[in-house]
Design a protein around this ligand. Structure first.
Ligand code: 5AD
Ligand code: SF4
Length: 457
């Protein structure tokens, strides 16, 4: 699982003129997504399930018959934000009788029945394993309909998600997590680990290629724990590389304990597997790693990182770190800070610890005050900004191949895409558009972006 940010699903807005819900035509659904890429991919499944039941998507909540919010429970502020958003959407339901409001995703399984007290106006509450039932639940009358059971058999195999526009397809290859890190709600909100059958993954890859996608990104909470029959994650990467038409393969998020030699060899030997690895560390103190139940020591992690970098020269590596875990002393934090400097990651997703009900760490006494968490976070951010800038500056003067995603946020007339090592790269469009693979010479760098010019083919 990678960073969890609030991301509206592509093509969706949040406001619109109040128009009437459809009376005769197809029922319209407004679907908004918060959280990680897994949630975005789940919304693509939900969209496909509802379309199969005759619904049409709308980006205007004011004209929707059904308003759905796919939610994230990873940290407290994410959870509070989506609950706030629901109370905002409530006005559409109050204004127009018959409109239904539903909550999907991790908050459904995290808050469970308590949601009926917190948000009694909800018509449906459906967890990550219940989406196939959504059409039936929406058809049932007035009482709030709950489907929050976790189902260790559900992989949504056989369903074709409604892929978002753009050259990249995000495909879920495994669901759930069996690691039970003590700070994390995911094993409780998404349930046990299970993998999508390999034939189903390969069929989705082929369908994505047929739909014009050039890059696939495999998703899973611990994606490299993938195993279906005798195919492990390395095998999945190698088989995918042989699907005709696939040009780039990525994945997120792997767990360090599941990175084996076969996976490193696949990264090194398969040119279509892009040279970028997210390797969440969380803390560099063995004491904290143990309390987090991460399953590795800092020495084991350091050696893994060295093996990956030796096998794949120039590979970009990123990480996740948490500051302020219960019991994190100044010297534990100092170990993390000094490892961040040593490891020299290309990017790092940095978080303050947030106590989540239901986890083992929730029962530990919090020892780091909010202002101290903030101080530690700020130190890591400042350090990583410098390191990221150094990495990116090293690209100045070099050429990178960019898969164009569309217009850059700025400046006007520029397009943006990703380099093989997942660096956001912007350059004057000069005729390039979404889906093009373009060679770009890098001329300038910030900690998060490369800027360049197109090289004549
Ligand atoms: N508090 C803070 N950060 C968390 N993460 C997961 N759970 C928590 C929590 N309770 C972070 C981890 C994980 C990333 C997706 O979110 O760093 O790798
Ligand atoms: Fe959460 Fe740990 Fe599983 Fe990642 S590996 S989803 S942090 S429990």
């Amino acid at each position: 699982m990678q960073t969890v940010q609030i991301v509206p699903a592509p093509g969706e807005g949040s406001a619109g003129a109040a128009t009437k819900p459809s009376v005769d035509g197809p029922r319209r659904v407004f679907l908004e997504t918060y959280g990680c890429q897994m949630n975005v991919a789940d919304s693509e499944l939900v969209s496909s399930i509802l379309r199969g039941d005759g619904y049409e998507r709308t980006s205007d909540p004011g004209s929707a018959d059904v308003l759905l919010v796919n939610t994230c429970a990873i940290r407290e502020n994410a959870e509070e934000r989506v609950l706030g958003r629901l109370s905002e959407l409530l006005r559409h339901k109050s204004a127009r009788p018959g409109v239904q409001l539903g909550l999907l995703g991790c908050v459904a399984t995290h808050q469970r029945e308590r949601l009926l007290d917190r948000a009694p106006y909800l018509d449906v509450i459906v967890g990550p394993d219940g989406y196939r039932d959504l059409p039936a639940l929406l058809r049932q009358g007035d009482d709030p309909q709950l489907e929050i059971r976790l189902d260790r058999g559900e992989t949504y195999a056989g369903l074709t998600p409604d892929l978002a526009p753009g050259p990249r397809a995000w495909l879920t290859v495994m669901r759930g997590c069996d690691k039970f890190c003590t700070f994390c709600v995911v094993p409780f909100t998404r349930g046990r680990e299970r993998s999508v059958p390999v034939e189903s993954v390969l069929a989705q890859v082929a369908a994505a290629v047929a739909a014009g996608k050039r890059e696939v990104v495999f998703l899973g909470q611990t994606v490299n724990a993938y195993r279906a029959g005798d195919v492990d994650f390395a095998g999945l990467l190698r088989r995918t590389a042989r699907v005709p038409g696939v040009e780039r393969i990525r994945f997120t998020s792997p767990h360090p304990s599941d990175v084996g030699e076969a996976m490193i060899a696949a990264l090194a030997e398969e040119p279509k597997v892009m040279p970028y690895l997210h390797l969440p560390l969380q803390s560099a103190s063995n004491r904290v790693l143990e309390a987090m139940h991460r399953g590795y020591t800092i020495d084991a992690y350091r050696s893994l990182l060295a093996r990956v970098r030796a096998a794949v020269p120039g590979i970009a590596v990123s990480t996740d770190l948490i500051v302020g875990f219960p019991g994190e002393e100044e010297d534990d934090f100092a170990a993390t800070e000094s490892f961040l400097a040593e490891a020299a990651y290309d990017f790092a997703y940095l978080f303050k610890y947030s106590a989540r009900e239901g986890t083992r760490a929730f029962r530990m006494t919090e020892t780091v005050r909010e202002d101290e968490k903030q101080r530690r976070l700020a130190r890591l951010i400042a350090l990583q900004e410098q390191i990221g800038l150094e990495h990116n500056r090293a690209f100045i003067g070099r050429e990178v191949e960019v898969l164009v995603e569309g217009p850059a946020k700025r400046p006007p007339g520029f397009v943006a895409g990703k380099s093989p090592s997942f660096k956001t790269t912007v350059f004057p469009a000069a005729g390039a558009s979404a889906g093009d693979l373009v060679r770009v010479r890098v001329q300038a760098a910030t900690p998060h972006t490369l800027t360049g010019v197109r090289v004549a083919a």
